[in-house]
Design a binder for this molecule. Structure first.
Ligand code: IMP
Ligand code: MG
Length: 187
């Protein structure tokens, strides 16, 4: 049987299941502190499919009452950003008047979250905050609306805990760097 993706190898493990669990607990605590008392008008909107594992764990850690929904967006082909972001699935619930926290797996160029934020403004969400499990350090600062960041990482391609490369490796319980055989240590 061939490997799921033969042109890449799993490299350094950056986050263990325990690391991920404590990141989720910290972000949940921040959200609880910020959204006390907003009741059922709080919605966690996960971005398919990469944020599924994070959304599921985060939702179970947040004590404030909330609903969950999903939105589809796609910008990557393999390890390359295509530059254009398409909304591939609309949320099922009406988000008008809701406090929405967009839950994403990783913030890279910011185009995906900008596109989703624009969608939510057009659908008249009451407030929009952005939450990303990971954020790649590309510039000196992240935008102010990226309110919750689980962990900052260097500009490397990572997989696991929902993050994929062409649909492979999402199911890993840890997060690892993806390397190309040509740059891997041959020993
Ligand atoms: P952005 O629109 O450039 O911010 O890209 C964000 C999207 O690209 C994420 O939702 C991921 O699906 C994908 N992506 C970016 N970097 C990585 C990575 O290192 N591993 C897996 N997916 C990534
Ligand atoms: Mg994604």
């Amino acid at each position: 049987m061939s490997a799921p993706n033969e042109t890449f190898l799993l490299g350094e493990r950056l986050f263990s299941p325990e690391d991920l669990s404590s990141i989720v607990a910290r972000v949940a605590g921040q959200i609880d502190a910020d959204y006390q008392g907003v009741g059922e008008s709080l919605v966690l909107l996960g971005v398919l499919k990469g944020a599924l594992y994070f959304l599921s764990d985060l939702s179970r850690r947040i004590q404030a009452p909330h609903q969950i929904d999903l939105i589809g967006a796609r910008s990557y082909d393999g390890t390359q950003s295509t530059g254009a972001v398409a909304i591939t699935k609309s949320p099922d619930t009406d988000l008008t008047g809701k406090h929405v926290i967009v839950v994403e797996d990783i913030y890279d160029t910011g185009r995906t979250l900008a596109t989703i934020e624009d969608y939510l403004r057009r659908h008249e969400a009451r407030s929009v905050a952005l939450c990303s499990l990971f954020a790649k350090r590309r510039g000196p600062v992240f935008p102010a609306n990226l309110r919750y960041i689980g962990a900052e990482i260097d500009d490397r391609f990572i997989v696991g805990y929902g993050l994929d490369c062409d649909e492979a490796w999402r199911h890993l319980p840890y997060v690892a760097v993806l390397t190309s055989p040509s740059i891997a240590d041959p020993s």
